[in-house]
Design a protein around this ligand. Structure first.
Ligand code: HEC
Length: 432
């Protein structure tokens, strides 16, 4: 428990000292008046704004108990009952963000649900290493972790102070690389020693390394969202080169490398869409989605070269053909507020999540038939439905790794291979 929360629970005046909180859903919201407001304000806004509570889907007392237990341990606190009663009284289930999954023939399974140990750590971006281990970072908890899916054992380490890693990427050689969103660093983490080799950004304006990918030559390409930059790091020479995006506030976000070595970057601001980065000169070409308010967080490149991306603010998904430079868009089934987020193409099928609903929906889009199917992500304690998946990545055998940040959960999604499931493949029933 942080000192600040401990102080509040102990009724100390230190409570007034703020620690950094991250914003969610626009302008700061006020908590409802009532007994317990001050406690909730003190304890719960240590990590985030009251917005997460005020604009939540609302929960019963039992639900609030389960959700808050993944963030802060109130079990031994005299404040526990007051906090839970206040939340249940003022924020009961409201249905405003209820998810409506789209039925379909495919059966998938959410398996390997792992709960990461540090409360309120905002675990994210799980990724499989060549040895089968699953790595993740706890952005708010300043942690990096490793799950052994065979034994369910989880090891978690603290990163250097203020690192606040946003993502972890595994090199083909098994090297574990994270991006220090809080302190402008790239780190290579060694699980043997629990220590990281740290490389600092060469420019103080380059504050927030975000998401990274290695190209086939071993160059590590990465985005810096708030700094509006794209970077590349050569581990052999330790040289870091940075380029500022051609439009202000275009918020470079997801990053992927095409088979021909071209680097593509998502634009999470200023019209959304993509940047194409020339890997030699770092020159950028900008491709904006239609619609002023479009934003793109994540995307993936299909084997046929087609790029699939989300339009989060527009509630849509899109394809981009690098040959014709044309976008085509589809409305995501949950509509304008669906906020499509993580995205991955597996065997020609587009997988993404709608993060505006509760719980998040995992969505499958088949480009051939232009049909959607979606499932509720089980979302941690008793499937209560809280949290966001912010990045998904495939395993070596074509399954997906996803997470739910608020409830400290990481999941593996088992996807039947094409042909493995007769209903999904549209094949006639083989019986008889
Ligand atoms: C130690 C940090 C921490 C504390 C303390 C904390 N939370 Fe959270 N909470 C988180 C994180 C991390 C998230 C995920 C935020 C995000 O998606 O960016 C979150 C998200 C939420 C959400 C949104 C869940 C969703 O579906 O997106 C709710 C509701 C919430 N918290 C309620 C509370 C309440 C009530 C308290 C006080 C009892 C509390 N939190 C205290 C870390 C914390």
């Amino acid at each position: 428990m942080s000192n600040r929360i401990a102080a509040i629970l102990a009724g100390s005046a230190l409570a007034a000292l703020a620690s950094p909180a991250f914003a969610q859903f626009g302008p700061p919201a006020e908590l409802a008046e009532g007994e317990g407001k001050a406690l909730v304000e003190g304890v719960c806004t240590a990590c985030h704004l009251a917005n997460n509570i005020v604009y939540s889907n609302g929960y019963t007392a039992e639900g609030w108990e389960l959700i808050t237990a993944s963030m802060v341990d109130l079990s031994a606190s005299p404040a526990h009952d007051t906090i839970v009663a206040y939340l249940a009284e003022n924020y009961p289930p409201n249905g405003t963000r209820d998810a409506t999954p789209v039925d379909g023939p495919l059966e998938i399974e959410f398996t390997g649900e792992w709960k990461t140990p540090k409360l309120g750590a905002r675990p994210r971006d799980p990724v499989e290493a060549p040895d089968g281990m699953i790595w993740y970072v706890g952005q708010r908890g300043n942690t990096i972790g490793r799950i052994n899916p065979e034994t369910d054992e989880i090891d978690e380490w603290d990163l250097p102070p203020e690192t606040m890693a946003h993502s972890v990427t595994i090199h083909d050689d098994g090297g574990v690389w994270y991006l220090g969103n809080g302190n402008g660093t790239i780190g290579k983490f060694d699980p043997e020693t629990g220590q990281a080799q740290v490389f600092e950004m060469p420019d103080p304006e380059a504050r927030d390394p975000h998401t990274g990918e290695f190209d086939r030559d071993g160059t590590f390409w990465f985005t810096l969202q708030q700094s509006n930059m794209i970077g590349r790091f050569d581990p052999a020479t330790e040289q870091i080169d940075l380029v500022t995006a051609t439009s202000p506030n275009s918020r470079p976000y997801g990053i992927k490398i095409a088979d021909d070595g071209t680097v593509w970057v998502a634009r999470n601001g200023n019209g959304g869409g993509l940047y194409k980065v020339d890997p030699d000169t770092m020159a950028l070409t900008e491709y904006r989605l239609p619609g002023e308010d479009s934003t793109t967080r994540r995307f993936d490149i299909a084997e046929n070269g087609m790029i699939w991306l989300d339009n989060s603010a527009g509630g849509k998904i899109a394809s981009f053909d690098p040959e014709t430079e044309e976008f085509t868009q589809w409305d995501s089934p949950s509509g304008p507020g669906s906020h499509p987020y993580g995205m991955e193409v597996v065997d020609g099928i587009v997988w993404y999540n709608e993060s505006g609903t509760r719980p998040d929906l995992l969505v499958r889009f088949d480009p051939a038939s232009e049909t959607f199917q979606s499932w509720k992500i089980p979302s941690g304690p008793d499937g209560i439905g809280a949290g966001i998946n912010r990045h998904m990545r495939p395993t070596a055998d074509g399954d997906l790794l996803i997470h739910q940040d608020a409830t400290n959960r990481i999941f593996r999604v088992d996807i039947p291979e094409p042909g493995e499931d007769s209903a999904a493949a549209g094949a006639p029933d083989s019986e008889g």
